[in-house]
Design a protein around this ligand. Structure first.
Ligand code: ADP
Ligand code: ASP
Ligand code: MG
Length: 811
């Protein structure tokens, strides 16, 4: 025989209840089944909240009550087609509702709601639903579980009397009908006969008790997800079904908040070695999860992650506790007497403090109990008064394979540290199937995500991108991400989630990923933003594995990097301002990234997509020393000096460079050499030298006064220079030389300036807007290393930014 339990969602709607009917009838063709059902989804909560309204003498209790009646009536009207059956069922159901109404009315009148009354009220949910299902399924026999599930009052709780229950279940089902229908959750006190229950979520337990007593072949728990998942699917979008779990793993995950199975459920079936299968009522063909004693080997070190929010940590500490025998015994005895359960204990080996994790609602009582227990020690100063830290959450990672595998705790805490999450307390049982730790509630989601990701529980690694700037480079980058998205998912198991996009005045966010097809329209409709708002929003979203991508040329955006890195957000910058700003800030950014375990990457600051900074870093890391750098680093200037001819005067070449999209937004940044100076400073710094922009000697080719005033003025005056340039150009042509604007670093000195290059020089043939960098190092001395190629353009720059993002994903 089999026991099938259907949860609230499986009896919540007409569709689900009809699916339940099909599942049960198909199973009953093969063997006898006991079907355990919960209340209609959400009804238990409504029964409770209605009782609170009645208690507070709020007349709205009647509306809520009527709504419940209405929901049940509608359900019956739709699913029970046989008139006679429907009439009988209405009779039963209305009788139950009448009793329930009288109880509520009593509560309303006398302003009192005892736990006993509350238990009576809450029992109606399952009593109603089970009658409906029994009437729906042909040949089903209804049983009242209160007659055979018995509890006793122990440690301030209703606890199952297993022995008595076991016997009664066996007696009740001695002649097992083909289909038995049983309400879950509800029970009776063995001594007083009052209605009790097995606790919230307790229908699972009812089913397990029956399965164990009747030696069922399997216990099936039918719910609304495809089985036991690697994490709570409401929090972790990438969570997926675990095909097999051991009883121990399932127990650990449930104890730490995996709501899919009520924790006490596992024990009765585990001792009888009865497998539990978790299945989806809405997707019956999915195999779901099987929970067994011995599971097949798989390569996953960690099976799942679960968490409990609303936790408080109470630390019992003092100066002279060391070696005092019995402190722990007294803590636990005192808490147990009060019915307070402890789900995490952490004790330092100095024995100077013991921290216990309890539910937040138990915290005040726990503090009072412990203060009372240790009153004498507190009085004589050996111990401090108790203190509860609230607003916490506990997370547990679970997997039997963790046993004897080194490095899991290291990876766990390393991962959390890199995400800026601090661990308040932690515990690992000697069984080594669970490591649990306490964090602040506001980083719970991030902790779960980052761990799910780093232990490769997910099918994909996720990188969450905030892209700032949607101009030429930003726009191209988004296009490239969109194009590569599927390919990266397939080939690299990487999901590039764009969670934020900001233009200069607007910003849009979505932690699950923005739709890149219509982001421009969305941006237009969005609220206005500013760099500060953007920063605050990113920090508040607190998303794991996040990367800020700066595709602007804005000083204000560059000013955000420090606080973003401080909050463990990696930064990829196409914007050169930060890396070329004062040396102290540059070093601080790099050091922050290093100490926080995040990345600050700016490869495209020099030579767009060319691998220049990366190469310098590789050379240095492998022990080489950069002695000299000579480079043509301005695509714009190179374009201009390649373009200039008798037909195309100087001013015209500048205009063309702008039109072709090579120039910086303000061409003066190129022509004044500022852009090249910034790049040279960055290269010299990456080569290991302390260089500031002011240190660079500038030999300019446009008189200083042209840069004063506004940009319009600049454009207006530029043609004045054409004649003089033409004279010089003719001379140069005759000498078979070319102009190159060269940046040089040598012996700690830096300079930029226009040089006349002859035909034998490697810079002579540098075409279009290309860049070239010549690195003379200790290893590449006689024949320097040359890196050459497109040094400007939105596509190659965006591709360089993309490569930087990928380099973060690959660590
Ligand atoms: P039922 O009404 O069927 O008893 P519950 O709401 O009690 O259903 O439990 C199922 C829900 O548990 C799922 O809808 C899911 O949101 C939640 N859940 C939390 N953690 C997990 C997990 N690790 N695997 C599957 N579901 C989980
Ligand atoms: N209906 C009860 C609850 O909501 C029991 C259950 O669903 O398992 O807690
Ligand atoms: Mg449940």
């Amino acid at each position: 025989m089999k026991v099938l339990k259907f949860g609230g969602t499986s009896v919540g709607s007409v569709d689900s209840i009809l699916s339940l009917k099909n599942i049960v009838e198909a199973e009953a063709k093969k063997q006898s089944v006991v079907v355990v059902v919960s209340a209609l989804g959400g009804i238990t909560n409504q029964l409770l909240s209605t009782s609170q309204l009645a208690l507070k003498h709020n007349d709205r209790w009647k509306d809520q009550f009527d709504a419940m009646v209405d929901r049940h009536h509608k359900m019956i009207d739709t699913i029970i087609t046989d008139t006679k059956k429907r009439e009988n069922l209405f009779n039963t159901v209305d009788q139950l509702f009448e009793q329930l109404k009288s109880i509520y009315y009593g509560v309303y009148l006398i302003h009192d709601l005892s736990p006993k009354t509350q238990n009576a009220i809450v029992s109606y949910g399952e009593r109603l639903s089970s009658n409906i299902v029994a009437s729906l399924i042909k040949g089903a026999k209804w049983f009242d579980s209160r007659n055979f599930i018995k509890t006793e009052w122990k440690n301030h709780k209703n606890m199952l009397d297993s022995e008595l229950t076991n016997k009664l279940v066996k007696d009740t089902f001695e002649d097992l009908p083909r289909i038995s229908l049983v309400p879950g959750f509800i029970s009776r006190d063995r001594d007083t006969d009052e209605i009790t229950n097995l606790g919230r979520g307790g229908s699972d337990y009812t089913a397990a008790i029956i399965a164990a007593a009747l030696d069922a072949e399997v216990l099936e728990i039918w719910t609304d997800v495809d089985g036991f998942m690697t994490a709570d699917p409401r929090i972790i979008k990438n969570a997926y079904t675990i095909p097999e779990l051991s009883y121990i793993e399932a127990m650990e995950l449930c104890n730490f908040g995996a709501k899919v199975v009520y924790p006490p459920t596992i024990y009765p079936v585990c001792v009888k070695n009865i497998p539990i299968r978790i299945k989806n009522t809405f997707n019956p063909d999915n195999p779901g999860t099987i929970i067994l004693n011995h599971i097949q080997e798989d390569d996953k070190l960690i099976k799942g992650i679960s968490s409990i929010n609303g936790v408080a940590l109470i630390t019992v500490t003092g100066l002279s506790m060391v070696g005092v025998i019995g402190v722990n015994r007294r803590i636990f005895t005192a808490l147990t007497k009060e019915g307070i359960s402890v789900f995490l204990v952490s004790q330092a080996s100095s024995e100077n403090s013991t921290s216990v994790g309890v539910k937040e609602e138990d915290a005040d009582a726990a503090v009072a109990v412990l203060d009372h227990e240790f009153a004498a020690e507190i009085e004589d100063g050996a111990m401090f008064p108790m203190h509860a830290e609230k607003g916490l959450a506990t997370v547990a990672i679970v997997g039997e394979k963790m046993k004897h595998t080194a490095g899991i705790a290291g990876k766990l805490f390393g991962t959390l540290g890199r995400s800026g999450i601090s661990v308040i307390a932690c515990a690992q049982g000697a069984s080594e199937t669970n490591i649990s730790f306490v964090v602040k509630s506001d980083v719970l989601r991030k902790s779960l995500n980052v761990l799910h990701d780093s232990f490769f529980l997910s099918d994909y690694k996720v990188l969450n991108l905030f892209i700032c700037g949607v101009g030429t480079v930003g726009g191209k980058l988004i296009e490239q991400i969109k194009k590569q998205y599927e390919e990266l998912k397939e080939r690299s198991r990487l999901k590039l989630n764009v969670v934020g996009i900001a233009s200069s005045h607007n910003a849009i966010y979505n932690r699950d990923g923005l739709n890149l097809d219509n982001f421009k329209a969305e941006l237009k409709k969005s609220e206005t933003s500013s760099p500060e708002k953007l920063r605050d929003h990113i920090i508040a979203m607190n998303i794991f594995n996040s990367v800020f991508v700066d595709c602007t040329a804005s000083k204000d955006v560059a000013a955000l990097y420090q606080s973003l890195l401080d909050h463990n957000v990696s930064v990829v910058a196409a914007n050169k301002i930060a890396a070329s700003s004062d040396y102290t800030s540059y070093i601080r950014l790099k050091n922050t990234a290093l100490s926080r375990g995040v990345k600050f990457r700016f490869e495209t600051n020099v030579g767009a997509g060319l691998p220049i900074i990366g190469t310098i870093n590789d050379l240095r890391n492998s022990g080489d020393k950069i002695l000299k750098i000579q480079a043509v680093l301005s695509g714009t200037l190179n374009y201009i000096f390649n373009k200039i001819s008798s037909d195309c005067p100087f001013s015209e070449t500048v205009r063309l460079a702008k039109e072709e999209g090579y120039a910086e937004p303000d061409p003066r940044v190129d022509l004044s050499g500022t852009d090249v100076v910034r790049k040279l400073v960055i290269l010299s710094r990456e080569a290991g030298y302390k260089v500031e922009q002011e240190d660079v000697e500038k030999n300019l080719f446009i008189p200083k006064e042209y840069f004063e005033g506004n940009v319009e003025n600049f454009w207006k005056r530029l043609p004045e220079l054409d004649a003089e340039f033409e004279v010089k150009r003719k001379k140069l042509e005759a000498e078979k030389k070319r102009w190159r604007f060269v940046a040089t670093f040598e012996g700690g000195k830096t300079s930029v300036g226009l040089q006349e290059i002859d035909m034998r020089h490697p810079f002579y043939d540098l075409e279009g807007s290309n860049n070239i960098v010549m690195l003379t190092t200790e290893r590449y001395k006689e024949f320097p290393m040359l890196i050459q190629g497109y040094g400007a353009g939105a596509s190659v720059t965006a591709a360089g930014v993309f490569a930087n993002i990928m380099s973060i994903a690959n660590i």
